[in-house]
Design a protein around this ligand. Sequence first.
Ligand code: PLP
Length: 412
Amino acid sequence: MDGFAGLYCVNVGYGRTEVAEAISRQAFRLAYYHSYAAHTTDELAILSDRLVKVAPGKMSKVFYGMSGSDANETQAKLVWYYNNLPGKPTKKKIISRERGYHGCSVRLDDGDELLSRPHGSAAPADLHTGVPHHYWGANPGESERDFSSRRAEELDQLIERLGPDNVGAFIGEPVLGTGGITPPPEGYWGAIQAVLKKHDVLLIADEIITGFGRTGSMFGSQHYSIEPDLITIAKGLTSAYFPLSAAIVGEKVYKVLEDGADKVGAFSHGYTYSGHPIGAAAANAVLNIVEKEDLPGNAREVGAFFQAQLKEKFAQLPIVGEVRGVGLMGAIEFVTDRDRKRRFDPTLKVGARISEAARERGLIARAMPHGDILGFAPPLVTTKAEVEEIVGIAESAVRFVMDELTQDGLNI
Ligand code: PLP
């Protein structure tokens, strides 16, 4: 039982013959043509039109890539180019959040210090703002709303410190994914967007995990009333049946690009495989399933059951600090001391052991990197009966490791 949809991507589930057939059909019809200099293919044109219509806000154009990482770098280049045009050439820095994850190519804008430490990062540390995780970040007694306001004030101060004329964009996942499957605290996105508007800073919504239904809305931005200028998608776009990603460009940004291209030259960008027709055919077939089977609706309904089951089975266990999630993504965070919020000694590898025990029992659930966290993101076609199976196996795995810890003399 795959409780993580591969890497939160096989949203329509495995073995969907209609997607395989669309891929095969396209490979026979026209296996490749490029999308440089106003060329395109029919499947790609259809897909672009659908994406612009289905995405939140006023979107205008789509740049395609092969991975989430390259699509986010496309966004960075768009931000730099956008600010060159109105004559703000210094407005180029991109702020991300601690524990944010936006890919692992050159990681211009990545806040995931844990993952980038081994090789170092091109991004100076002052480009990262605080992680929106109330459980670990709030002061004693601080409400979610007050915590969100504090995070927004910190962002405001960071932009002031860097100089608003030097800050081009803010990038964030509507729900932190790799950073621990952490939904934003109440009021967070409203408070953050007010700061970005004040300083004329673009918002890039990294919807690579949350796009196409995972939160229970088609996009995480709709779920949290986010109004992005640029949206990054990958994973669920083709349900990983073919590597395809995209940077969706909002009207506000595109208008500036269009009006000013003759002043500084056209936006020079594209890969040989950008907008690959087989990927486009796969994405159209996947979108058909997402729409026909109302997968956002399933994620909302089955997701509510899933969240309730997680809370019911795990929230009271002595080694569980927090159970959290939204739609069909969720996490259980394990601690050694619930009252004082103390983490386990990392050498005990509690999260990894629980994930391993789950796998031995037939369930893939992921040990997340930022602590002892068991993460879930099952396909969006998951049923309530399958949720019961996932939660049942996870409970057996957690109780097994909890017993081991007790036998080892750990006072929990
Ligand atoms: N952004 C987010 C939110 C992700 O979760 C990921 C991958 O997990 C990426 C970007 C990078 O995507 P890729 O691995 O396709 O380069």
